[in-house]
Design a binder for this molecule. Structure first.
Ligand SMILES: *Cc1c(COP(=O)(O)O)cnc(C)c1O
Length: 379
């Protein structure tokens, strides 16, 4: 492999596998693991990530929409594929053809889906979503008792799961999340047909996996933790203390030069040097997912040291202060996210500079750059 692109996102499939197996082991054999690979696997690449997870033993995947599920089937992924945003009517043929399992939250969709499935001689699994406190997708608990018998009367669909989602599992306080889980379990216990063996009960995202074993139920749904990041800082003693970041982002020094004190740098001259300054020009800008809002805040790793980004970040370029690093040459590596020598810049750190969360950083950076996949066998 000869890299030609100036910026490369490196996806470490061995780290991904290690994270998956650590989660798998943590929850134990009685609990299924749905690997959440929505949004292009959080920017890591849907198909390569799903294939690596399948090789590691994953048999259940979560995607946002039907189109992603179709891509997985076309890539040869077997197992259950749960479509978290559900299946609007125009996707039903694809859902049935590819054997996807949509989340449902009304009676119209499963009725239409059942009719389509029967017409095609099939049956599709569905996961009933109950809104126990997210205030987003899901039927309200009071409606579940009426809906479940209707679902059971629809021959083309089979109730494969009942689920809910936590809005506060990453917050400092445990109380609201544990209370929500008990509310969910009460709904499941009160409605005949939901507690049976064929129906997987699931509610735990990464934060709940890391903090609250009592929420694991029949299946857990890790996303961010698969990719080696933590969903929150409120993890005093996470169950999995050593997840490995899967994504790193490497760039290249294009030019090195020394400018005098008093030199204005980049658009707007928002930075004027106060001393003789050695600069590295890097080919990373907001088009590459290196947000302009990082201007004057970010640092990069060059020659194993932290180098502050100076002045505005441009569309395709930015400047790093490498004063004192006399051996840096054009062609040297610059790390925007990841390790270099003893130093590391994490997605969390970049997210902190941006005032956002690591999830958004991964999605953005992954989507905007050429990705290279590393595994034990080589790239
Ligand atoms: C994205 C998502 C998850 C995964 O959440 P993480 O915080 O990344 O672990 C789990 N469940 C649902 C319904 C989701 O949409």
């Amino acid at each position: 492999m000869t890299p030609v692109a100036l910026n490369t996102v490196i996806v470490d499939l061995d780290a991904l596998r290690g994270n998956f197996l650590a989660i798998r082991q943590q929850v134990g054999t009685g609990v299924r693991v749905m690997a959440v690979v929505k949004s292009d696997a959080y920017g890591h690449g849907l198909v390569p990530v799903a294939r690596a997870l399948a090789r590691a033993g994953a048999d259940t995947f979560g995607v946002a929409e039907v189109e992603e599920g179709v891509q997985l089937r076309q890539a040869g992924i077997a197992g259950e594929i749960v479509v978290l945003l559900g299946a609007p009517w125009w996707t039903h043929e694809a859902v049935v053809e590819h054997g996807l399992s949509p989340v449902i939250f009304d009676r119209q969709v499963p009725a239409a889906l059942a009719a389509r499935a029967l017409a095609m001689g099939r049956q599709v699994g569905v996961h009933l979503k109950v809104d126990t406190g997210m205030g987003r997708l899901g039927v309200l608990p009071a409606q579940v008792g009426e809906l479940v018998p209707e679902l059971q009367g629809m021959n083309g669909v089979r109730l494969a799961g009942v689920m809910s989602h936590f809005p506060l599992a990453d917050a400092r306080q445990a109380g609201p999340t544990l209370a929500q889980c008990r509310r969910f379990q009460a709904v499941v216990d009160q409605v005949p047909g939901l507690a049976g063996p064929g129906v997987a009960r699931h509610i735990a995202n990464s934060a709940a996996i890391l903090r609250y074993p009592e929420t694991w139920l029949d299946m857990v749904r890790p996303g961010i933790s698969l990719y080696g990041c933590y969903p929150t800082r409120h993890l005093a003693r996470p169950n999995l203390p050593r997840l490995t970041p899967v994504l790193s982002w490497r760039s290249t020094v294009l030019q090195v030069k020394e400018v005098e004190a008093g030199t204005g740098l980049s658009y707007g001259h928002t930075h004027v040097t106060r001393r003789t300054t050695r600069l590295a020009v890097l080919p990373a800008g907001y088009d590459d997912g290196y947000s302009r809002r990082l201007s004057g805040r970010a640092e990069v790793l060059i020659a194993g040291r932290r180098a502050p980004v100076l002045g505005r970040i441009c569309m395709n370029a930015c400047l790093a202060d490498i004063t004192g690093l006399d051996h840096v040459r054009p062609g040297d590596e610059a790390v925007l996210i990841g390790r270099q020598g003893a130093e590391e810049i994490t997605a969390d750190e970049v997210a902190g500079w941006l005032g956002t969360i690591n999830y958004e950083v991964l999605c953005q950076v992954g989507a905007r750059n050429r990705r290279v996949y590393l595994a034990a066998g080589g790239a």
